[in-house]
Ligand binder design. Sequence first.
Ligand code: PLP
Length: 373
Amino acid sequence: MLPYFSSAFGNPSTLYSYGQEARKAVEEARSKIASLINAQSEEIVFTSGGTEADNFAIKGVAYANEHKGNHIITTPIEHHAVIEPCKFLEKRGFSVTYLPVDNQGLVDPQDIKNAITDKTILISIMHANNEVGTIEPISAIGKIAKERGIIFHTDAVQTVGHIPVDVDKLGVDLLSISAHKFYGPKGIGALYIRKGTKLAPFIHGGAQEKGQRAGTENTPGIIGFGKAVEIAMEEMTKEGTRLSHLRDKFIKGLLEQIEQIQVNGHPTKRLPNNVNVTIDSARADLVLLNLETEWIYASSGSACSSSNPEPSHVLLALGLSPEQARSSLRFTLGRETTESDIERVLEVLPRIIDKTAVMSELLKGMARRSRCC
Ligand code: PLP
């Protein structure tokens, strides 16, 4: 990325050679990204990340197709980047069906079939869930969408760069990507738009990105995105196998060592890097703070770590109670996670759970009494 902050700083939209150097690099990155998901270069539009790609897909389809209908189908476990634009559209005359998922986080394609009406213009179902790691039956849904002629979007922010993603095999028309989820820079992503898909432009202005997303390109970000794709293409298969093995070892160890624990998400249709568990005797915020003192960074099923955090909308949709959701921990494995890291967490975590058990109970009692959530 560095030369594009200095020696190759030219604007890719200019005609002089200084800018053309940047243009060439941008187009090379676009082509790499396209090939990672089996798309064509001209079907990739750069965005500022996954959130913008999701907003572009949902609002873009809604505004370009409102003469055809006003109905959107999605799920309650989508990322806020999908749920919030849907809510925004609901206030403006669109109708959104949030299909329930089962207790492992899977949506049933049959439910989608049943929910389609003659007003349905968009189906948006995430490829894999960011909290519990469940991988959705996207190809089956893609077939249904195609049969009914409905535009199908998937938020693949958690899968691109981690597991194989092929837009044709998935049968999607729109697919959101974010570079920082697979070691690229933050603030850059893309929306795949299948040729012929009708979408209103997202940002109005200049003619960049074929007029669909105006604004001078984030050249260094795009170059970093392309490089991250290149590395992911080389490492994905091997890394996927390595992480799946570590994940399974970690889950096995947790189940053996901790009482009253349940694994959230699907046991096999699951991202290689995701482990999400509910531990009845734990308060996630307390456990996380204690883990941090041991240099172990994990997340909870909660939106924040205040004294009474909001329970995760995903875990609630899977049927967990607010109290269970607040007792849930999410561990994400990555390129730097080793076998000995897993062993260390397995050694430290049970100790922390014991240490925080009394305080956890106290906080849970307070939350129950205040009935605030
Ligand atoms: N969609 C999913 C499933 C995500 O996990 C995230 C980020 O966590 C996003 C969208 C938003 O992506 P970005 O951070 O690039 O805006």
